[in-house]
Design a protein. Structure first.
Length: 90
């Protein structure tokens, strides 16, 4: 891949970030696959885990741009609103 055709992005999951150089026109899904994140974390299911760029939800087919931070989110274990209600009742 020629450097002129490559962009640098970050991939964030589980409080860790890694930088990757990918071809311009790469999708969020491709960034995740190229990073081998799914091999290291088999609990991630892209059919269920949401993804985003800088805390904004995007589709797996969204194109990344130079400097983007692709984020893979864990499913919520509990509803934050319900947790607040429980704390105020206690």
């Amino acid at each position: 891949m020629a450097d002129a055709d490559a962009i640098e992005v970050e991939l964030a999951f589980d409080e860790r970030c890694e930088r990757l150089r990918v071809p311009a026109g790469t999708t969020v899904r491709s960034v995740i696959e190229r990073s081998r994140l799914l091999e290291r974390h088999p609990e991630i299911d892209l059919a269920h885990n949401r993804v985003g760029i800088y805390a904004k939800f995007v589709s797996l087919e969204a194109l990344v741009q130079e400097g983007d931070r692709v984020e893979v989110y864990r499913p919520l274990q509990a509803d934050p609103k319900e947790l607040r209600r429980q704390r105020t009742r206690a």
